[in-house]
Ligand binder design. Sequence first.
Ligand SMILES: Nc1nc2c(c(=O)[nH]1)N[C@H]1C(S)=C(S)[C@@H](COP(=O)(O)O)O[C@H]1N2
Ligand SMILES: [Mo]
Length: 557
Amino acid sequence: MPKSWSAWIRIALAALSGLLAGYAALAVAELVSAAVRPQASPVVAVGGAAIDRTPPPVKDWAIRHFGTNDKLILQLGILAVLAVLAMLLGVIALRYRRIGAAGVLLFGIVGALAATSRPDSNGAGDALPSVVGAVVAAGLLYWLIGRLRTHRSGQGPVAAPTAGEPRAASTGDSANAEASGSPAAPMAADGWDRRGFVVAATVAAAASTGAGWLGRSLNGSSGQSAVASRSKVILPQPASPAAPVPKGAELRIPGVSPFFTPNGDFYRVDTALVVPKVDATTWRLTIHGKGVTRPRTITFDDLIKGRAGELIERDITLACVSNEVGGPYVGNARWIGVRLADLLREAGVQPPSKGGPADQLVARSVDGMTIGSPVEDVMDGRDAVLAVGMNGQPLPFEHGFPVRMLVPGLFGYVSACKWIEDIELTTFDAYDSYWVKRSWARRGPIKTESRIDTPKPFARPAQGTVMVAGVAWAQHRGIDRVEVRVDDGPWQQADLAAQDTTDTWRQWSFPWKATTSGSHTLTVRATDRTGTVQTEKRTPTIPDGASGWHSVVVTVQ
Ligand SMILES: Nc1nc2c(c(=O)[nH]1)N[C@H]1C(S)=C(S)[C@@H](COP(=O)(O)O)O[C@H]1N2
Ligand SMILES: [Mo]
């Protein structure tokens, strides 16, 4: 059935009304969330819920394809879906105005449920942004659609329908009661209030933009007390400084990852859509659970002042279990902190090998992340730390300010809890932490790995000596040997940079005499100090980290 142009225009404007209502909902929610907390805004809450429910293969795919942009892509995806649904609701509202408005409220309920069921939710208050946003949006949609509706005769000026062009049916609800607010308004041929709509839509868009902008800037400056508390931190000189990095640990070959990864370049992997801003002055860490005979609560000052004489400084390389062979999720930093084993011993904790009843330490963050580490590893003498400093700075917010955990030799997902606030001693049998519930392995020891940093894939080096170089890591075991293979040739020993500690990665280099032009495959493998050679066997990152050899294909000119 052919529709007239003006009917199509009304449908388009109804979709636009839906879009405006959706926009208003998010803008108002943003403003209200500034009064609650940024994490309560519906897109963040729904995004967080989506992250928690994403099947591991999809998450893995997202990390592989979008890297650290995965969060941005997720939020853009949510906005795109919302936009389509909002337009649909607008069109529905043209015919069934109450159903359209009710649909908007339904989205508010979804947002409110997501926000209040987040693990870090503060309770009912977190529902406010979604609820207020949805109520405003539902009212707005109802109002805007009112402008678009045709008038019944007798209710304001109505033009007669043109021949062959039946007027859109007015539905039962009171479409017209308020529609003719301005009797002088020029009416469209089929009787809708053009000027009223344009004015209403413009006012709605402007008001929403204002509310959204205000909310954004208020949220942007939220956490000011946390920012202030961080800027006041003065890290004491560690009582046990890190041994100086040996000369020759840094090869200074262009293209090789620097020995220390600057904080700004350090990879970031976490589930937080809004980086938690924790105020160090009100931060507390509780240690409790099985076998904890002296439970305790620790403040930030306890750590950096009370225990200033116990602070250790250590170089530790951190790697993510989601890192593909050759991938970027590994970094090395100089950390300052307190030995976790000491705190545990003071709390009465014994490792299982000494008869302690707890074999799992579950660290919990302010955003509800749970990370489970083997108590035995934490207490076996390695430098497991509650870190407060990273490369000479208080921890950046992205990396866990004020305090995070680190256990050399374990992947981050089973050791490196950021924004930590609780440590519970339990057993692996009794409790599965966040990632374990999502099919990752209970235990996550680091795999022996090596990576070619230079040349880059598909580089076109000139004939002659090509410097092949990169890093290799096997934290807490140490790297013993790195070998490089050209095409199917023999394995050839690479030159290893000096070792800092067994907990850090090691740079390596191999001057390759590239004599034959054409395509060549360079492959690297490492051997750790237990004698284990990095396995050729390719495994995916799930469940306990990728394995295999890293290769780079280059074309010699
Ligand atoms: N609170 C919290 N801590 C966390 C995570 C997280 O999602 N939330 N991710 C873990 C993972 S999987 C890794 S690899 C490391 C990464 O630490 P980084 O972001 O400082 O590099 O943090 C760990 N600690
Ligand atoms: Mo990770």
